[in-house]
Design a protein around this ligand. Structure first.
Ligand code: SF4
Length: 279
């Protein structure tokens, strides 16, 4: 035991976490652990039997989530979390399948799967932990890196327009769309519970500090500073036109809109061939 280690005999989330995998690989100040903890809290509170929850994750730091939760879980290849989860959700509609993925994995190499799963209304809850860069591979720019933001591959500032993920999810047919940050733990848990009880393709973007890959090159500081940035700038607006929720983390005074943006009813995808097979 190193000096300063905290030893606890038990934790309320013990049964839903794989404690044997600890210590985790995440950097100090990373927000991914908060997302995983909020997710298992929501599972415990959902009333849905634990053996009916399934977690699928992709590649990257967020992709580690499936390895830490103590439910049926799968760590898939790069960009392929959604098609893997689609197979489970389509063949076993009794299961509640959640995809936990990063912004790069989900909307770059996995982007095509993302749009077609939503278009089909596949019964998936998709959590995108958005930290605006490819953290695990060294802080390269990705599809959500804000304009002018610094990264390992944009040393003079990013010049490519980033995705506005809530607007994209709404446009392609998601039945539920929300955005919160890891600071908004209670709102996020409530959003997860709402989404777990809906049909169709549900999407929650969760803004999360990455002090190593994004905070440092953009002078945001450590994880706590990034959380203070969210505290200062986030505005809850559930009714906002989603064309207006672009994020520019490098413009210190611009608002970051969060909220439960879309909640509509849309039946889940059930292809005839699966019905005929008797699933
Ligand atoms: S690189 Fe970024 S996302 Fe990855 S563990 Fe570190 S802080 Fe978290």
């Amino acid at each position: 035991m190193s000096a300063g280690s905290i030893v606890v005999e038990s934790h309320p989330a013990d049964t839903l976490m794989r404690a044997d995998r600890l210590p985790h690989i995440l950097c100090p100040g990373c927000g991914i652990g908060s997302v995983v903890h909020t997710y298992v809290d929501a599972i415990a509170e959902s009333g849905i039997p634990v053996n009916q929850h399934v977690c699928v994750s992709g590649i990257g730091c967020s992709g580690r989530a499936a390895g830490y939760v103590n439910i049926d879980s799968y760590h898939t290849t790069h960009g392929r979390a959604i098609p893997f989860a689609l197979g489970i959700a389509t063949y076993r509609p009794d299961l509640h399948v959640t995809v936990i993925s990063g912004d790069g994995d989900l909307t770059a190499i996995g982007g095509n799967h993302f749009i077609h799963a939503a278009r089909r209304s596949v019964a998936l809850l998709v959590l995108c932990i958005n930290n605006f860069n490819y953290g695990m591979t060294g802080g390269q720019a990705g599809p959500t890196t804000p304009l002018s933001a610094m990264s390992r591959t944009t040393p003079h500032g990013c010049w490519e327009r980033p995705f506005n993920l809530p607007f994209l999810a709404q446009a392609i047919g998601a039945s539920y769309v929300a955005r919160w940050t890891v600071l908004h733990v209670r709102q996020l848990r409530t959003a997860l519970l709402r989404a777990m009880n809906k049909q169709g393709f549900r999407f929650i973007e969760i803004l999360s500090p990455c002090p190593t890959g994004f905070g440092r090159p953009n002078d945001i500081g450590d994880g706590l500073s990034e959380m203070q940035n969210y505290l200062r700038r986030c505005e809850v607006n559930n009714e906002i036109d989603l064309r207006a929720v672009d994020i520019d983390l490098t413009q210190q005074d611009s608002p970051i809109y969060v909220g439960d943006f879309v909640d509509v009813d849309r039946a889940s995808f059930r292809p005839q061939v699966v019905h005929r097979a008797g699933a």
